[in-house]
Design a protein around this ligand. Structure first.
Ligand code: FUL
Length: 630
């Protein structure tokens, strides 16, 4: 038998040995909603209300609604700026502590119907939620429990008002991905003219957060509840500067949930009172405060600071980041804030664009049940966040050596655990093969403690083709889903990308078969087993169009990936005219959005036909955009 035969025989043996079973979860695990939410990474906060006009951070509750008149407010423009920065959604302060509601509510008279804007018919929550829907962004609301306007605040009567507000926001504005209950409470206020101090005692008892959580679960089971005295799904990061403390643990003891300490601690052995409570770090891009202020010029955080002190210390430590970009009195974002946001967004995009470990071969000290197919070391580099390297149950330490395809230079190492199975790792180290020996490269303070959804460790700039991950302490067998090697761009030289034309808003488009290709989400796709295959889209109204773009499937597969097409248009859905046909090049190596221009034409309908696929006999498209004629 030569070596090849021995390997074939061993592989055959391994396959008859059967697949190993996945390990049991360890301790508290996240809900599906928490998992999806943690994968969002970051989104915007927009503080915009009467404080915008009074130059205050907290309104007393007697402010005049007549001040609110943002004549240039354009939700679409704001939301597309966030999208361009790479954010995944936004949360709007529908009611701040001053009690003024910026949607058409029946719960209190102190609302936007009293303002001159749009003759009292305006609804900021509605405009933001529609814009988010049109751009494939998620929408959430901030609803302050503390209400300095309501006469009943501090008494049981207020709860009816407050619950009604929750109900309205969660039933009239589509999917709400997160509801934010600020912790600031009690104290003095207008309270319907009483102008006194009201003390609510323990917030959890007064607001009855247990009931609030039940109500929200009933109305929108997928909504992440922030705050609510630790009864929700996520809580405060512990600073308003946008960082969390490391090591950061998702799993905490329920008794501590209401009064968390930061950094959190993790028990060596899981116990029944554990709860998965994710963290969100919050901060504002402009140093002048959460609301827009006339003196905010020159106070915006630089892209470098946003990367070093905010992003790397929130998302990089495993938490989510909510970054506030306030709208001004016209209802627009401050250009300096936007510039910093887009430059930071571009730097983040560049940081994450290339993973030098992708596809690297691996050797592990232990593989669960010797089942490399399901739990082998190469799961770390397959670009699939769900698959993971895992050891046998009793083995709680271990290492993986990765052999890169070619030497690379990197200075950030990202590691992810398969959090569906709990948070396990308590200590790890990252080494690189440099000058003929292994050197530990993670030199940060508290190097390599927690992992969770992800950690990004800054390491000394290293050039090598061999990297090693060592798990030195874990509550149970480690389940590591990814290891990535990234390079931080030179942020000072990153420029904001030219304002991207995102195409026509797609919120009111319809398509029988192709809904997933026009939903604004690249992680969903239209798929057909056949090729050629078509999708027809009704854009709702006739308009002059001059280009379209196609984004191929984004799930890492080339099977059934369409690379030849025809595009036809129609005014009535019956008579069709071909406006373009051709090939999308280089998709196998670089499956990105490709735009095709054609001669301007009036159309209400378009039909995209996939006429060839790179591999397989089916068709697919992650997203199709249409661009108006200029
Ligand atoms: C704080 C509030 O008091 C601030 O005004 C702001 O809304 C911030 C996000 O949370 O606790």
């Amino acid at each position: 038998m030569n070596t090849k035969h021995i390997i074939t025989a061993l592989l055959a043996l391994a396959s008859t040995a059967g697949a190993a079973n996945p390990p049991a979860p360890c301790g508290a695990v996240p809900t599906e909603q928490q998992i999806q939410w943690q994968r969002m990474e970051w989104y915007a906060f927009v503080h915009f209300g009467l404080n915008t006009y009074t130059n205050k951070e907290w309104g007393y509750g007697d402010e005049d609604p007549a001040m609110f008149n943002p004549t240039k407010f354009d939700a679409d423009k704001i939301v597309s700026t966030f999208k361009q920065a790479g954010m995944k959604g936004m949360i709007y302060t529908a009611k701040h502590h001053d009690g003024f509601c910026l949607w058409q509510t029946k719960a209190t008279k102190h609302n936007i119907s009293q303002s001159p804007w749009k003759k009292g018919k305006g609804d900021v929550a509605r405009e933001f939620s529609t814009a988010c829907k049109n751009h494939g962004m998620r929408f959430g609301v901030y609803l302050s429990p503390w209400d300095r306007n309501c006469a009943e605040y501090g008494r049981p009567g207020y709860l009816k008002v407050y619950y009604k507000q929750i109900e309205e926001l969660l039933t009239k504005y589509g999917n709400i991905f997160e509801i934010w209950f600020d912790g600031a409470n009690g104290g003095d206020g207008f309270y319907g003219g009483a102008k006194e101090r009201r003390n609510i005692g323990k917030a959890d008892d007064y607001y009855k957060f247990a009931d609030v959580v039940k109500l929200i679960r009933k109305l929108q089971p997928n909504c992440i509840i922030w705050g609510a005295a630790g009864r929700g799904d996520a809580s405060w990061g512990g600073s308003e500067q946008g960082f969390v403390k490391y090591p950061y643990w998702n799993v905490i003891n329920t008794e501590n949930a209401a009064n968390e300490r930061h950094p959190r601690t993790l028990a060596d052995t899981p116990d029944k009172s554990e709860k998965w409570l994710a963290l969100e770090a919050d901060t504002t891009i402009n140093g002048s405060g959460w609301f827009w202020h006339p003196n905010q010029e020159g106070r915006v955080k630089s892209p470098q600071k946003l990367m070093d002190d905010v992003y790397m210390k929130s998302v990089g430590y495993g938490a989510n980041l909510i970054l506030n970009v306030a709208a001004n009195r016209d209802g627009q974002l401050d250009p300096a804030d936007v510039d910093a946001l887009l430059r930071f967004g571009e730097a983040r995009r560049q940081l994450l664009a290339t993973d030098f470990a992708k596809g690297a071969k691996g050797k592990a000290s232990n593989v669960r049940g010797n089942d490399a197919k399901n739990f082998g070391p190469e799961k770390l580099t397959d670009g699939d966040i769900e698959s993971y390297w895992c050891t046998d149950d009793k083995v709680t330490t271990g290492e993986v050596e990765l052999q890169l395809k070619k030497p690379a230079t990197f200075d950030v190492v990202r590691v992810r655990e398969q959090i569906r199975l709990g948070q396990r790792v308590q200590d790890f180290a990252i080494d690189a093969w440099v000058d003929g020996q292994w050197q530990t490269i993670d030199k940060e303070e508290a190097a390599g403690k927690s992992i969770g959804n992800q950690v990004m460790r800054r390491v000394q700039p290293t050039t090598t083709d061999k990297v090693r991950l060592r798990i030195t302490k874990s509550r149970a067998c480690p389940c590591i889903s990814e290891l990535s090697l990234l390079k931080m761009p030179d942020i000072a030289s990153v420029t904001a990308p030219a304002v991207q034309d995102t195409g026509l808003a797609k919120g009111s488009w319809t398509s029988k078969k192709g809904a997933a290709a026009i939903d604004g989400k690249e992680d969903t796709m239209w798929h057909s087993d056949k090729c050629p295959a078509s999708i027809t889209v009704d854009m709702g109204q006739k308009q002059k169009i001059a280009a379209f773009s196609y984004t191929p499937r984004q799930d890492g597969t080339v099977k059934d990936m369409t690379d030849r097409y025809t595009l036809e248009v129609s005014a009535n859905g019956k008579n069709w005219k071909k406006v373009s046909e051709g090939e999308f090049g280089n998709l196998r190596a670089n499956p990105i959005e490709q735009r095709v221009d054609f001669s301007p034409v009036e159309a209400r309908f378009f039909r995209f036909t996939a006429t060839r696929s790179i591999e397989g006999s089916g068709s697919s498209a992650a997203e199709i955009n249409i661009y108006p004629a200029k």
